[in-house]
Design a protein around this ligand. Structure first.
Ligand code: PMP
Length: 360
């Protein structure tokens, strides 16, 4: 069986070594005589798996003891609701930075729960640049500031962290977490769906500063209250055990790669190669301002959209799959998360040049 290079935006490519390990441990995890899938979440085997994954994530990202790490369900989309439900408190209002489709979704959901002010909006550039912080209208009385460090659809990424003073900064890191080192102390809440850089779909990670826990109102469902989840070590109910286990394997793989510092070098190199190929050609185009191009999601268009289908078909024949752009923007999108080998990017660049030469 030949593995393809899978450029899916998520669920996305996982490291082959992780899949091999999961396969080797599938029927009998460490002599337990059972699969992790079959274990009680309260048994000592699974508790050990869960605790190791959390400890590894804390070490890899440098998460201080003053933050809780929650292993949740519901995807990043549920965090769009949980963030306001848990953080708005008496202030009742929050600032949002609108840089694309995912911030728009976060804004839409937050509006159900409180007063939302869009403190900056990249609409004038059709969401191809990030407004400088000097242009933001931040409210010092806001309960928090929410932003999307990497817009998975638009391919727009912050290569800097906003400065919000005493107002907690909340980040939807779904498509950028673990791609580079971060200073966790700059954030009040970081959340991410797992299915891009962490592991399989079904798991969502929230890293929450402890003083922000316990602010939810009495009507907030127990499951949606960070306090319930924190007080119960993310085991108030049955967590997504298998996804948690595979995430643990991915974290061990990240360590074996040299951690997020080494991955950041690799990610930058992979992205540079692809953007260079796009910029050097008259045939391919990426619309995003150079200082905020994503390392993880690279959208690009062909000079003639009538050739899109031929491009996708030709790519597939070379083992390069899931390159079709998001339905809202068309064209192509190459998602090149941590687990995408550099050889996959090289193969894509080579195919693009060949396609341009023969069809462009
Ligand atoms: N935020 C971002 C930045 C995303 O890329 C996605 C999914 N592609 C979401 C939120 C929604 O995530 P989920 O499907 O886990 O709810």
């Amino acid at each position: 069986m030949a593995r393809v290079y899978n450029f899916s935006a998520g669920p996305a490519v996982l490291p082959e070594a992780v899949l091999e390990r999961a396969r080797a441990e599938m029927l009998d995890w460490h002599g337990s005589g059972m699969s992790v899938m079959e274990m009680s979440h309260r048994g000592k085997e699974f508790i050990a798996i869960a605790q190791k994954a959390e400890a590894d994530l804390r070490r890899i990202l440098g998460i201080p003891a003053t933050y809780k790490v929650l292993f949740l369900q519901g995807g990043a989309s549920l965090q769009f609701a949980m963030v306001p439900l848990n953080l708005l408190g008496d202030k009742g209002r929050a600032d949002y930075i609108h840089t694309g489709e995912w911030s728009k979704k976060a804004i839409g959901e937050a509006k159900r729960h409180g007063q939302v002010s869009v403190a900056a909006d990249a609409a004038s550039s059709k969401y191809t640049h990030i407004p400088a912080q000097s242009e933001w209208r931040l409210d010092p009385g806001a309960a928090y500031v929410h932003y999307t460090p990497n817009e998975t659809i638009g391919g727009v990424e912050f290569h800097w962290v906003p400065e919000t003073g005493d107002v907690p900064l909340v980040a939807d890191m779904s498509s950028t977490i673990l791609s580079r080192p971060i200073d966790v102390t700059r954030f009040g809440v970081i959340y991410a769906g797992a299915q891009k850089n962490i592991g399989p779909a079904g798991l969502t990670i929230a890293i929450v500063r402890e003083d922000l826990i316990g602010r939810a109102g009495p009507n907030v469902p127990a499951m949606l209250n960070y306090k319930t989840q924190a007080d119960n070590e993310s085991m108030y109910n049955t967590p997504p055990t298998y996804a948690w286990y595979v995430a643990g394997l991915v974290l061990e793989w990240i360590d074996a790669q040299g951690g997020v510092t080494a991955l950041a070098d690799l990610n930058r190199r992979k992205a540079d190669k692809l953007y260079r190929a796009i910029d050097a050609s008259e045939f391919y185009r990426n619309p995003v301002a150079k200082d905020c191009r994503s390392w993880m999601n690279v959208p690009f268009t062909l000079a003639d959209p009538a050739l899109d289908d031929a491009f996708l078909k030709g790519a597939k024949a070379e083992g390069l799959v899931t390159l079709k752009g998001h339905r809202s923007v068309g064209g192509m999108r190459a998602s090149i998360y941590n687990a995408m080998p550099e050889a996959g990017v090289d193969a894509l660049v080579e195919f693009m040049a060949e396609f341009e030469r023969t069809r462009g």
